[in-house]
Design a protein around this ligand. Sequence first.
Ligand code: ATP
Ligand code: MG
Length: 519
Amino acid sequence: MSEGAVKKEEKPRKFQAIRGTRDLLPPETALWNRVEQTAHEVFGTFGFGEIRIPIFEPTELFARSIGEETDVVSKEMYTFVDRLEKLPDPPTLGDYGAFIEQAEKLMATEELPSVPGNRLAIERMKRIWDRGNVFGTEGESPIEKIDSAVLEELYKMVVLKDSMELGQSISLRPEATASVCRAYIEHNMQQLPQPVKLYYMGPMFRRERPQKGRYRQFYQIGAEVLGGSDAPAIDAEVIEMVMTFFDRLELQGVQLDINSIGCRECRPKYVELLRAELLKVKDKLGPDSQRRIETNPLRVLDSKLESEQGIIATLPRIADHLCEDCAAHYAAVKRQLEMRGVIYRENWRLVRGLDYYMRTTFEITAQGLGSQNAVCGGGRYDGLVELLGGPPTKGIGFAIGEDRLVLSLTHHKPVPQRRAIDVVLAWLSPAAYTKAVDIARNLRREGIYVELPAKLMRAGDAVRYADRIGAFFTLMIGEDELKSGELTLKHMLRQEQIKITETSLVDHIKKRRELKEAQ
Ligand code: ATP
Ligand code: MG
């Protein structure tokens, strides 16, 4: 077969972005940048600093903070076992001594997970090994000598080795709050002036069913306040900050819902009451809600099932069952919001399924998003830092879905066209090229957008090209211009052409551009 034939058959595979991920392209990326720039500015004015955290963390960090039973942790995380390079290959018959020794060394430095299962496996292997070198010594051919007792020992060794976790389990982050709390602990931030106010932005990963406004790689902009105080002013200021941000972006149809879900004292009592009431109407509920009566009755309040709405409306409301402290806290948060001119709606059905959430919870919706209309979710999580091994710490935060935010913004107002090029700088003869490169550099230094064609062009082609890309001007340099020292500048809209010196070029272009922008 000739080489040509081989090439024809092996048509290279065409790649596509993985389901649930996507490319963000210009001009839309300009809008993403504007959104992020606005976040930097607004959050900065509230005294927040940016934190950048890793994309992946130990799986256990998410399991412990978000909760093993949640959908996010049990089904949606991208998890893999990190490669361990230093452990000997699966030991051959005589090598268990070396394997055990190396494994112990690596567990001491946490390079091999020092989890109970691994420690137990090594201990047992050691016990078998220490009974004597049952597997023969190197150089002999042990297989022939093996009797059934030795085979049994060997089998145990293999099973024990296979039971070990050889590398750390790692997950792509499905959210950022756990990482921020981990960082707070790791860097002893409790020693900084409190509260510590941090914000972040970046991609998150959840293996959900992709649909409008729901992706497997999506972007969040969020903030957390961590420290010793749970003053209602902190809750109110955090909410005020998100609302200010949305206001600055002119997001349309913004609706803020708030609720209090109580604390470790009063919530369990309410949950029991709710469970008792739900049991009375159990047969009128769908299978999902029936299951949740046992697992997580609060989540029944989340139900969007039309047939359940009538029943849910009759259920007891947590606001009527808050303890004194929680009721006072909630009342103060509402007062503080009013003081700040933040308009809210109380929504007693707004809950968060996770144990560590408490007291203030909130959600913000916007227009143009269909059923995925939540652009921001947030709440107080006073126990979380402690749960992750840190000092007792209060915390509150939120996460904005940037994909949905951008979607809502473009729904209201189309994506602005690409920032037009100011000048197409055409060189009409080879001798003019050096000059053109020089002028392009000077213009760009002044912040002017310049397109310098890579090849020589005729004047007519240059003008047509400038027209196609929507440039304001075509600047032309040819033999004549080199001789006279005056350049030819064509104003595209007015179709007028002037001669201009290099020194007055910048001012002229800038003035015209400002006029255009003012229109
Ligand atoms: P939803 O109810 O829409 O699934 P959630 O309660 O899972 O949201 P959070 O974990 O609180 O969401 O995350 C905060 C915000 O992140 C959401 O309000 C939403 O805007 C955004 N978000 C969450 N999951 C996705 C996703 N898969 N794709 C795009 N945005 C998402
Ligand atoms: Mg979700």
